[in-house]
Design a protein around this ligand. Structure first.
Ligand SMILES: [Zn+2]
Length: 147
């Protein structure tokens, strides 16, 4: 393991889990997935960006995923995804993270501009299809479109 900027702890902590008393403990496999996500995507991104990046959600056990309204098939449940944002938390600065992941040619499965760069979702493994998507609300439902 060679994690530089991010930790497993940072990718498993959750205010919702704390509040609801949910034990959000990843399995050995899920820790391995989180480690790969950090080493292959988050750390290189952070290195190139040169400034702190906030992880708002990483691993989510099934119970936590349900509690936050995540999709049942979410890669967060497998420890393969993270939601990130900039310190400024502005759409333009969050967009820089999205664009930098593409520019650096980092491996990823899905990279999602969530609701006008409210945050950026990035997942790693096992397929790494490099799908670039944007999520928008349509009639109260989330719709994903290729970008
Ligand atoms: Zn996400």
């Amino acid at each position: 393991m060679n994690m530089k900027y991010f930790s497993i702890k940072e990718l498993t902590k959750s205010a919702t889990a704390q509040r609801k008393g949910i034990k959000n403990d990843p399995s050995i496999q899920e820790v391995a997935n989180l480690t790969a996500l950090i080493e292959k995507v988050l750390d290189p991104l952070r290195e190139a960006y040169g400034r702190p990046i906030i992880v708002t959600s990483g691993y989510r056990c099934e119970k936590l995923n349900k509690a936050v309204g995540g999709a049942a098939s979410s890669q967060h449940v497998k420890g393969q995804a993270a939601d990130i944002r900039s310190m400024e938390d502005t759409p333009s600065e969050n967009k820089k993270l999205f664009d930098l992941i593409v520019k650096l040619k980092l491996p990823f499965d899905q990279l999602i501009n969530e609701y006008g760069y409210d945050w950026v979702h990035v997942s790693y493994g096992p397929r790494n299809r490099r799908q670039k998507l944007k999520a928008i609300k349509k009639n109260g439902r989330t719709v994903y479109m290729a970008v």
